[in-house]
Design a protein around this ligand. Structure first.
Ligand SMILES: [Fe+2]
Ligand SMILES: [Fe+2]
Length: 321
């Protein structure tokens, strides 16, 4: 058996007004009902996947590093396949986290329209778990969750304010996922994977909309103490993963990734120093897609969660311009 448990705090809220009170959320619920798809039948699973066509989804638009180029063609394909499976495994774990967090949202959010909508997202995320798991097993195997992602998801699962769960999941985590999917969609040559990502990101776009609509409504109604706590929580959520070493190219050989590189005849010392020098090159870092900076940060700005109190911290780590 492979599992772990954490204790969470959820205050379930019964709502006795069943009339619509946030129309945009009720409309989103109606859209969600119509846009359901089936991971078993709407993906062309009959098409075989050629790993050489999938490529390295963890760095799809980057020039391979020298140590990668030095590998045999066969090992290059094997490494790319493993790196993709490692990345997609973390999306898979993220989907499970999203499914559980959304289950919590059904309980904690105070508005009926928001409960109804969140219930549709639970099944969306279940479908994503199903589809990513099935696709990963075509490539390789499911790798363990990286510590930064687990820390982020656990922080959201354990958050005590429902607004924190909503911002952490719907605004931050969903935006990051959208950013990742957009990049992958652009670069993959695998038809099956393209379909997986296209259908999944349609759902994720709705999930981000929920967060934005709901938080724009809810944040102005919060008292100052809770609002400050929410701002601080957003900052923590953004930095748990964004500044976590394994997301930096230079430290990809660090522990959680070691298993991906093993057995391919790679000189890990040389590889690590090449990765590190890339990661230390500010021009290179700036040119790389950063879903936190490019997708999540603008959403936080949109819902008014960046203030004079927190903005300097974002600037300091390069998440704000
Ligand atoms: Fe999802
Ligand atoms: Fe989602």
């Amino acid at each position: 058996m492979n599992f772990e448990t954490i204790d969470t705090t959820v205050q379930a809220l019964w709502r006795y007004d069943y009339e619509t009170n946030i129309k945009a959320l009720r409309d989103l619920y109606d859209v969600a009902k119509k846009e359901q798809w089936d991971a078993a039948t709407d993906i062309p699973w009959e098409i075989e996947t050629d790993p050489a066509q999938v490529g390295d989804m963890s760095a799809p638009n980057m020039e391979p590093m020298d140590f990668e180029k030095a590998l045999s063609k066969e090992n290059q394909i094997e490494l790319a396949k493993r790196k993709s499976a490692h990345l997609l495994s973390n999306f898979l774990h993220g989907e499970q986290g999203a499914m559980m967090i959304c289950g919590q949202l059904v309980e904690v959010v105070p508005d009926m329209d928001a409960k109804l909508y969140a219930s549709t997202q639970v099944i969306d995320e279940a479908r994503h778990v199903e589809v990513f798991h099935r696709y990963i097993t075509r490539l390789d195997r499911v790798y363990p969750i990286i510590p930064g992602l687990k820390a982020l998801l656990n922080a959201v699962l354990q958050a005590d304010l429902w607004q924190m769960k909503c911002v952490g999941m719907q605004v931050i985590a969903e935006s990051i996922a959208m950013g990742g999917f957009k990049t992958m969609m652009k670069f993959t040559n695998d038809e099956v994977f393209r379909k997986v990502v296209t259908l999944t990101s349609q759902d994720e776009a709705r999930h981000v909309s929920y967060g934005l609509i709901y938080m724009k409504d809810a944040i102005p109604k919060m008292n100052e103490v809770d609002r400050d706590r929410l701002e601080d929580f957003a900052w923590t959520a953004m930095t748990l993963l964004a500044t976590t070493p394994e997301l930096r190219e230079g430290q990809k050989a660090a522990d959680p990734m070691a298993v991906v590189y093993e057995g391919l005849g790679i000189d890990m010392k040389k590889a690590a120093s090449e990765m590190l020098s890339r990661a230390m090159d500010p021009e290179y870092v700036k040119a790389q897609p950063n879903p936190f900076r490019d997708y999540a940060y603008p959403q936080l700005e949109r819902i008014g969660l960046l203030t004079e109190r927190t903005l300097p911290k974002y600037r300091e780590v390069g998440l704000a311009s």
